[in-house]
Write a protein that binds this ligand. Structure first.
Ligand SMILES: [Zn+2]
Ligand SMILES: [Zn+2]
Length: 339
């Protein structure tokens, strides 16, 4: 079967590998239907993802149809359409025992630390295969459930609730999912980016105001939006060295800043930036069993995955698709691979 493998930074190809087999009674074999390309896949390709291991079959946003189930795989059966949660955890460390398995001390993400979903078949634990009704969610969009799970995780971590004013810095796919979920929670959102086309989509996803930070000072825009107070919630979905301290700067006293970057380069943050305003600086990583919530939201139409998708390629053009995301990030939202 075919799979998309990154051998080392800069070296990607479609390779022929052996079809996986179920080796545990609680596993299922899935024929993959679709996958979508993430910024973190590009980070693995470029060598800037500080948590990746090589060589690696990439892909953590994917889903498909169950072909075979293990003897103890629960209610799932062959023919079921499922979206796969890529998080794997140990179940007995401090984080796992405290309901935070997405930051398990030995957490693994499919497609980052172990073979991913950009392959014709995958074997996954049944508990990570989330059933989707194909009559209510288009099978070719089920790969986008994972990016929305990131948005739900971020807003949950940031305790985003009705009436909150939220600044989302960065309107790439993650930012857009955060915006749409924050809107669904009743928040009022201001979105920033450097690309006008992205800000247009941010508006369609629910942002009340947008700021192109290359044309307008973000501090000034936030002051105007909040009557000079600053933002109760700031989400750093821009994930640059500068955006982390800026997020702390733009938050109001007693506010929250949700940080989701995975870069290792150092940002400069003064202790007083946190203490003076008694900020909650909150990390958000992967998702903590959010798939059911996202599937429910998609089925009820509160999320719009069709708008999140900008391109579709067949699996045979996966390398071309990855290079499109790498070289023209301004032109793409989510690129979906059709298997
Ligand atoms: Zn992703
Ligand atoms: Zn654990």
């Amino acid at each position: 079967m075919k799979a998309v493998r990154i051998e080392k930074p800069g070296d990607i190809g479609l390779v022929e590998i052996e079809k996986p087999k179920i080796s545990h009674p609680r596993e299922v074999l899935i024929k993959v239907v679709c996958g979508s390309i993430c910024g973190s896949d590009i980070g693995i390709y470029k060598g800037t993802n500080s948590v990746a291991t090589y060589p690696i079959i990439i892909g953590h946003e994917f889903g498909g149809v169950i072909e075979e189930v293990g003897s103890e795989a629960g209610p799932l059966k062959a023919g079921d359409l499922v979206a796969v949660d890529p998080v794997r955890s140990c179940g007995h460390c401090y984080a796992c025992l405290h309901g935070r398995q997405n930051v398990c001390s030995s957490v693994k993400c499919v497609g980052v630390h172990m073979p991913g979903g950009f392959s014709e078949y995958v074997v996954v634990p049944a508990e990570r295969a989330n059933k989707v009704d194909p009559a209510r969610i288009s099978p070719e969009l089920i790969c986008l459930i994972e990016p929305y799970s990131i948005g739900v995780q971020v807003n949950s971590r940031g305790r985003v609730a009705k009436g909150d004013r939220v600044l989302v810095m960065g309107c790439g796919p993650a930012g857009l999912c955060i915006i749409q979920d924050a809107k669904a929670r009743g928040a009022v959102i201001i979105a920033s980016d450097i690309i006008d086309a992205r800000l247009e989509v941010a508006k369609k996803m629910g942002a009340s105001a947008t700021v192109n930070v290359q044309k307008r000072d973000i501090r000034e825009a936030v002051a105007e939006f909040t009557g000079g107070e600053g933002m109760p919630v700031v989400v750093d979905a821009a994930c640059t060295v500068e955006s982390f301290p800026l997020a702390l700067d733009l938050a109001c006293p007693a506010g929250r800043a949700v940080i989701m970057g995975l870069g290792a380069p150092m940002s400069q943050v003064a202790a007083v930036a946190v203490t003076k305003k008694e900020l909650d600086v909150i990390g958000s990583r992967l998702n903590n069993y959010r798939f059911a919530e996202v599937i429910d939201g998609m089925e009820r139409g509160i999320y719009n995955p069709e708008l999140l998708r900008s391109h579709t390629f067949p699996l045979s053009d996966a390398v071309k698709a990855v290079n499109l995301v790498l070289n023209h990030p301004e032109e793409v939202r989510k690129v979906v691979l059709n298997f």
